[in-house]
Write a protein that binds this ligand. Structure first.
Ligand code: SAH
Length: 219
């Protein structure tokens, strides 16, 4: 077994410390904290040089010039999503698959889109190997997933220059879109809720930094 595949008492201890830190930073949602305490984040890191850092509250590089989001950001976005088991959730930006695994652990039926084929393929293998079974797609997240819509929740894990209209259109009434929006290096974390009359209520949850949401898929 490769070192990254083990999940021993050391990793579990580090995860408990991470959960304590996230609580101190204001995360309250118990199922989210439990999921973070369960998912072995070190298995989402390819470079063994980073293994020691897997349970620190930092983002770091993954292939294709992308990043695995900081645990606090994953916890914060997961909390904003207010999911319940069985909900249909669309994630844009599969990346390492860590956030995807957290959503699966929360009992959601997860659909996730990634625009980099190598990341899509690697993450598919990784999650399969861990027994996690989301529905993964290689494609352009701006278009969403019309054939599976409508969704209870949509989560964007990259920074969008503006709110992606197609994603709003794929929400159920009462559904939530959590999306970091901004043209520059920083984005505002917005939560948009679809109302019965088709309009959207919007809440702003502060500044964050994500890799950009790019149009169309790469290869
Ligand atoms: N949720 C991921 C975060 C990865 S970073 C994790 O926990 O690791 C954001 C990801 O969004 C990157 O992998 C990037 O390639 C992807 N992305 C950017 N624009 C996209 C688009 N239009 N459609 C799908 N994925 C996109």
């Amino acid at each position: 077994m490769a070192t990254t595949e083990k999940d021993d008492y050391r990793h579990q201890g580090l995860r408990r410390r991470l959960v304590d830190l996230l609580k101190k930073k204001g995360i309250k949602d118990q199922p989210v904290l439990k999921a973070i305490g369960t998912i072995p984040r070190h298995r989402f890191i390819d470079d063994t040089a980073f293994l020691e850092l897997a349970y620190q509250d930092i983002a770091f590089p993954i292939p294709c010039g992308q990043t695995i989001s900081q645990p606090y950001t994953v916890a914060f976005q997961s909390e904003l999503l207010q999911v319940r088991p069985g909900m249909k959730v669309l994630e844009i930006g599969t990346g390492s698959g860590y956030q995807t695994a957290v959503l699966c652990e929360l009992g959601c039926k997860v659909f996730s889109i990634e625009r980099h084929r190598p990341l899509y393929l690697q993450t598919k293998d990784r999650l399969m190997g861990m027994g996690v079974r989301p529905n993964l797609y290689f494609g352009d997240g701006y278009k969403g997933l019309p054939k599976e819509a409508p969704f209870d929740r949509v989560l964007v894990t990259c920074g969008a220059p503006k709110v992606p209209e197609d994603l709003l259109g794929q929400l159920k009434v009462g559904g939530l879109l959590v999306v970091p929006v901004g043209e520059g290096e920083e984005q505002r974390m917005l939560v948009l809720e679809r109302q019965e009359d088709g309009s959207f209520r919007s809440d702003d949850h502060g500044l964050f930094r994500f890799v950009p949401m790019l149009a169309d898929k790469a290869s």
